[in-house]
Design a protein around this ligand. Structure first.
Ligand SMILES: Nc1ncnc2c1ncn2[C@@H]1O[C@H](COP(=O)(O)OP(=O)(O)OP(=O)(O)O)[C@@H](O)[C@H]1O
Ligand code: SF4
Ligand SMILES: [Mg+2]
Length: 346
């Protein structure tokens, strides 16, 4: 929040906090049957373990965690692309879990996804025009009278691509423009929520900043909410309103962006912050890193107690047996740890 906004109480986030959330997810559970390995028995993986969150209208909620922590599973569960085994997802007040496809159809228009891989997610045999027209075809009953050519021009303009791009194929573009095409497709039907699953991690660093700026501009224009998935806390620092940190299918910390970066409560969040490069190369060279010790636990044979205990410098006896609940630490700040870090004041 800017100083002026703080003084005048005009922070748009206070509007978001008071309005009913767009998405309310409650205790989502998702299990997968793990593939049988040559060495052992097939087991099950609890990719989501009682995950709850809310996303406000126009808000950017970042979800951060290492590979395998359940981020993509969460995004897909919210959008009902791969519905949860247990738990509830309410979108604009309506329960989505358990709805038949016909009843879900209108909600699919309001929720979209942008994928990490702009190479694999666009059909190579379609022109950009056909790719951008497809969402209108899928939802033809609501868009029968729409002028598709005008919509394609509008979308290309919104993602700052020339009109001539419409007649080309995805392979004729490099990563950045391809991710612009994916973004245009996701925005075609003016959704209210976009799940962006690592949308910039396949791109060069110089291109990443351009795409992040584009996504942020589109959000302002359309009052979009984002669930923005990333490995790295540095990527989301300047775009997220709040951050959810996941470890091993669980939410271990939730906080607004400023609080999370200034005074993280969970040792895992601290370790992720230590792993993110600092923007200033001199400060980066000077700082001490606390690297994570120990192995990532087995997904099919999870440890008792806190799943982070094998890697945690603060672990105590109870961490080996008692699962830490997610507890309120301050306004909107929740931490799941028996021995949370103390805030550093000043
Ligand atoms: N279709 C599936 N079948 C079996 N296991 C799965 C399936 N999808 C995900 N998993 C498992 O669920 C866990 C969470 O996976 P998920 O893809 O959600 O993690 P992620 O945080 O998105 O990881 P990454 O950062 O690598 O994309 C992992 O252990 C993964 O192997
Ligand atoms: S509960 Fe214990 S092991 Fe888990 S993060 Fe906190 S201190 Fe570390
Ligand atoms: Mg993923």
């Amino acid at each position: 929040m800017t100083d002026l906004a703080a003084e005048t109480g005009t922070d748009p986030r206070s509007d978001m906090a008071s309005a009913a959330p767009l998405i309310v997810a409650d205790r989502l559970v998702k299990q997968f049957l793990a593939r049988r390995s040559p060495w052992g028995r097939a087991g099950s993986v609890r990719a989501l373990d009682e995950v709850s969150l809310t996303i406000g209208r126009g808000e950017t909620l970042a979800v951060v965690g290492e590979s395998g922590s359940g981020k993509s599973t969460l995004g897909r569960a919210l959008l009902q692309l791969d519905p949860p085994d247990q738990g509830s997802v309410r979108f604009d007040g309506e329960e989505l879990v358990g709805l038949r496809e016909r009843r879900l159809h209108p909600y699919r228009r309001r929720m979209q996804m942008i994928f990490q891989d702009p190479f694999g997610s666009l059909n190579p045999r379609m022109t950009v025009r056909t790719i951008l027209a497809e969402p209108f075809e899928i939802h033809r009953s609501s868009y029968a009278r729409v002028n598709i050519d005008a919509e394609v021009s509008r979308l290309l303009d919104a993602v700052q691509l020339p009109a001539s791009a419409a007649d080309r194929y995805p392979r004729q573009f490099s990563g950045g423009p391809r991710q612009r095409i994916s973004s245009a497709r996701a925005l075609a039907l003016k959704p209210e929520l976009v799940v962006a699953d690592e949308p910039v991690s396949a791109l060069d660093v110089s291109i990443q900043a351009q795409i992040l700026r584009l996504l942020s501009d589109l959000q302002t224009q359309h009052r979009l909410a984002y669930l923005f998935i990333a490995h790295d806390l540095a990527v989301v620092r300047h775009i997220a309103d709040r951050v959810v940190v996941m470890y091993f299918g669980r939410v271990v910390e939730v906080a607004d962006c400023d609080t999370l970066y200034r005074m993280p409560g969970h040792p895992y969040t601290r370790a992720l912050l230590d792993a993110s490069p600092l923007p200033d190369p001199e400060a980066e060279a000077r700082r001490k890193r606390v690297t994570l010790q120990g192995e990532v636990p087995s997904a099919t044979n999870p440890p008792a107690g806190c799943p982070f205990h094998g890697r945690c410098p603060r672990a105590q006896a109870r961490c080996l047996t008692e699962r830490p609940p997610l507890l309120e630490r301050g306004k909107g700040h929740q931490v799941a740890c028996h021995v949370p870090l103390e805030p550093v004041l000043g």
